[in-house]
Design a protein around this ligand. Structure first.
Ligand SMILES: [Zn+2]
Length: 214
């Protein structure tokens, strides 16, 4: 078997996520500047072109990494894997603490975000669901993130959820003990549907941005 070429998509992914910073320059010397380099196969098997097996290395480090001579520094696979990981975190500007908090957030709310569109398109929401959304918004503000990006995404989500609850609070909706449902004119339904759709898209797009960070 010959060398398997790396797909354009994967190449781009490596270039974008590393921003052409060499994992070894960064990990060993703390050097975070852009480097002329190549995409290296971490397990040194050219047929394994999975994203997880690839890293951007400067020419010098790529040579040293591939070299098997006795004078070589014998950089290990583990060094490259770990430095690549810290480099990507640095580029995303996310601390270890933010990472672990974000994982906790996503574990806790993944189901919530997957089903959030149901009450919105029914023009009817259970009071219980309404309260659940309300307390989720409160709970979001208890997560403390250092990253400005994360804060912005989370604020966008909270604001959109608040605006959706605001729609259920207005006079076109009637509240009884277990439901809040639409009682307005038929013609106005589309207006609310459009509003909800826009808010929902904003929520999902920001939630996906959060997911991409881990
Ligand atoms: Zn380097």
């Amino acid at each position: 078997m010959g060398r398997v070429s790396i797909s354009k998509k994967t190449q781009n992914q490596i270039l974008m996520e590393s921003k052409r910073r060499c994992a070894l320059c960064f990990g060993i010397d703390g050097n975070f500047s852009e480097k002329k380099g190549q995409i290296a196969h971490i397990d040194q098997n050219n047929e394994n072109s999975n994203e997880s097996n690839l890293a951007w290395l400067c020419l010098e480090h790529h040579d040293a990494f591939d070299s098997k001579t006795s004078q070589s520094k014998n950089y290990t696979k583990e060094e490259v894997v770990n430095y690549k990981k810290s480099l990507i975190l640095k580029i995303k500007n996310l601390s270890e603490n933010d990472q672990s908090q974000l994982r906790g957030f996503i574990n806790k709310y993944d189901v919530f975000f997957r089903y959030i569109d149901e009450p919105i398109y029914d023009f009817r929401i259970e009071v219980e669901e309404y309260n659940e959304i309300k307390s989720a918004i409160l709970d979001f503000s208890m997560f403390y993130f250092e990253s400005k990006d994360v804060k912005v995404y989370l604020d966008e989500i909270s604001n959109s959820l608040n605006r959706i609850l605001g729609i259920y609070d207005n006079y076109d909706y009637e509240r009884n003990q277990s439901f809040i449902h639409y009682v307005g004119e038929q013609g106005c339904r589309d207006k609310y549907k459009d509003l909800c759709t826009a808010e929902l898209e904003n929520i999902i797009s920001n939630y996906n941005k959060l997911r991409e960070l881990i």
